[in-house]
Design a protein around this ligand. Structure first.
Ligand code: CO
Length: 195
């Protein structure tokens, strides 16, 4: 298993519409294990494949289900691997303050459906179904947006987005410049390998 690099905005892969997974093989299982380790390490409750640079329709989640209660032990959904997801039903509306591993330091209120029905495939390719509400539903909608090249900032009003982005870019200048340098190096190396 390996911890993968989580890309931060404005990495172009975050704007990419991800492709369906068609092969449920050992390579996929390795990738899912790596994603799980990456999500754990980053203390995330959800992680989309394009956040680690692979434009595939995959996300993982492990969402607390007793947040806000006084219980010391945090209960979660357990890790759920979601492949080729489709929201087939949605009800109600809720507002939740979301964050995103690709936008370090940013958190903003986003309005989404309060309850959703999801169809997806597991790592064997078998069809699965679940109904989720509250934070689990929020997480699914946030991650599914990622797979369509949409981030939670795109869900804000233009005015709020402008303020949030200005603050984000100010706070993360070094990280963003570092990432751009690494991407340039990678592109140059790829070019050299071809020629
Ligand atoms: Co995110």
């Amino acid at each position: 298993m390996a911890v993968l690099d989580v890309v931060t905005f404005p990495h172009p892969v975050l704007k990419q519409k991800c492709s369906e997974v068609t092969r449920f093989d050992a390579d996929l299982h390795q990738f899912l294990d790596d994603m799980a380790e990456t999500m754990n390490e980053a203390d995330g409750i959800g992680l989309a494949a394009n956040q680690v640079g692979e434009a595939l329709r995959i996300f993982l989640m492990d969402v607390p289900t007793n947040r806000g209660s006084n219980e010391k032990e945090v209960k979660t959904t357990g890790r759920i691997e979601v492949i080729n997801p489709k929201i087939v039903g949605q009800r109600g509306e809720m507002k939740y303050e979301e964050g995103c591993l690709s936008f370090p330091g940013m958190s903003e209120f986003v309005t989404r459906a309060a309850e959703i029905d999801l169809e997806y495939q597991d790592r064997t390719g078998a069809a699965q179904k679940l109904t989720a509400k509250g934070l689990v539903a929020v997480c699914i909608q946030h991650e599914l947006d990622h797979l369509n090249g949409i981030t939670f900032v795109d869900r804000l009003s233009p005015f709020k987005r402008k303020i949030a982005m200005r603050e984000y870019l100010r706070q993360n200048q070094d990280v963003i410049e570092d990432q751009a340098r690494r991407e340039k190096l990678k592109a140059r190396r790829a070019q050299q390998n071809v020629g």
